[in-house]
Design a protein around this ligand. Structure first.
Ligand code: AMP
Ligand code: MG
Length: 414
């Protein structure tokens, strides 16, 4: 049994991030949120595109208004009115001002905008009551970005802020890395579909739904392949199909040491290199990780218990998916925060222990409240509504209420 840290290292070492040359696709800008930019973006446009006004007011020559004040105001003649979106027609001469609105193009001859609030208008004349700073309220062409310079680098995750930039440079189709396809196999003779009547001994395959949501949230595409009975031939066919169809295969169940737990044997038969079969975490000890020589597929055999399946996903699978998908390293792992626990936390100290609960901000710092009810890995009921796991390292058997604890924030639970 290896440590969580070693398991994570082993996994991440075997993940080759998608490369733009082979794994690029175009998506429309509206669908590009949370995707990873595959190629750098440059633009032939300057930003701003034109010298323009940052205020509603009057475009003037600075020299005309440099010394004016309420005691010695300056009156200028209005030569033109320039609404946003219109090309100015005349050049502002000494003694003149052009009425201008926010975002409107600066007229030739003017270098400064006097804000409307510092003026008084009388017909076709305007009196300036306060001296602006030179070049005040002019957004000059190319102030924010010069045509041809690098604009957005490859590898950037696209959020609202980047989408605005892409729209502004008229990039309607965005080159992004494709998303990893993640097959989900639910193994177990006791599992039934969500709409099947339950016979004695049966339970619904809930892991499929939980894992599909977590996979989407991690930036990948879930490919649910259904329930596989605990029969070696059926399992072998299902796993072989999954390997052929996906970049990553997740099976849940069948990896403990029960008499019906065949997954490891089948992987070996399929030529897998099994890197580990157990990790010193609780819940989630029976976690298998394998790779194949013929195809760069990652195989994770997750434990069947719902809490174990999700914890091992968030702790080990998500970083692998995010690395594969091309996310920058600081976005691979679920973030760890330091929180004050409101209850005593306990562990047997033998494995790195994850206790689920509620992370909240209280008095400007994080507070962790343990989920009520049993913390058995089969309890999926009290997982609902939780958003973090307190982490008790190996060797730590208790953390008292009021002390601090590391909490793994589980983003998809927010
Ligand atoms: P196993 O790892 O196959 O020994 O399963 C461990 C526990 O998880 C058993 O109680 C299973 O019934 C349960 N389990 C396995 N797969 C699923 C699943 N897809 N959805 C919900 N529970 C499951
Ligand atoms: Mg099973």
């Amino acid at each position: 049994m290896i440590s969580a840290e070693q398991a994570e290292q082993t996994i991440l070492q075997r993940v080759q991030p998608f490369q733009a040359e082979t794994e690029c696709e175009q998506v429309s800008l509206m669908d590009a949120r949370d995707r990873i930019l595959a190629h750098p973006i440059t633009s032939p446009l300057d930003f701003p595109h034109w010298d323009n006004s940052a205020m509603d007011g009057y475009a003037v020559q600075y020299a005309d208004v440099a010394t004016c004040s309420t005691e010695s105001p300056v009156t200028l003649t209005i030569c033109e009115e320039i609404p946003a979106g219109k090309q100015p027609q005349v050049t502002v001469q000494p003694g003149q001002a052009a009425r201008i609105f926010t975002g409107a193009v600066m007229p030739a001859g003017a270098d400064t905008v006097v804000m409307q609030e510092n003026t008084q208008r009388q017909g076709d004349r305007v009196t300036v009551l306060a001296a602006p700073k030179p070049k005040a309220f002019v957004r000059y062409r190319g102030d924010y970005y010069q045509a041809g310079q690098p604009l957005l680098p490859a590898g950037l995750p696209l959020r609202a802020t980047e989408l605005a930039v892409l729209a502004a440079v008229q990039c309607g189709q965005v080159p992004v890395l494709r998303q990893p396809r993640v097959a989900i196999l639910s193994t177990g003779d006791e599992l039934v579909e969500i709409d099947q009547p339950l016979q004695p001994g049966q339970i619904v395959d809930s892991n499929r739904y939980a894992l599909a949501a977590a996979i989407s949230h991690a930036g990948a595409i879930p490919v649910p392949l259904g329930i596989v009975p605990d029969r070696p031939d059926a399992l072998k066919t299902a796993i072989a199909t999954a390997i052929a169809e996906a970049d990553v295969v997740l099976s849940s169940g069948g990896v403990s040491v029960g008499d019906y737990d065949y997954v490891d044997q089948i992987l070996a038969d399929l030529g897998a290199h099994i890197h580990f079969r157990a990790v010193a975490v609780k819940p989630g000890k029976p976690l298998t990780f394998a790779t194949f020589t013929e195809k760069p597929v990652l195989y994770f055999g997750l434990p069947g218990n719902p809490a174990s399946a999700l914890l091992t996903f968030w702790r080990f699978v998500q970083p692998a998916l995010r690395k594969l998908a091309g996310y920058p390293e600081q976005r691979w792992r679920s973030p760890l925060v330091t929180a004050t626990t409101t209850q005593d936390l306990r562990s047997d100290g033998k494995r790195e222990t994850y206790l689920w609960g509620h992370l909240a901000i209280s008095n400007r710092s994080f507070e962790f409240r343990l989920a009520g009810g049993g913390h058995s890995s089969g309890n999926l009921i009290n997982l609902a509504g939780t958003n973090g796991f307190a982490v008790l390292p190996i060797g730590v058997t208790s953390i008292a209420a009021g002390e601090t604890v590391s909490v793994m924030q589980v983003a998809s639970a927010f």
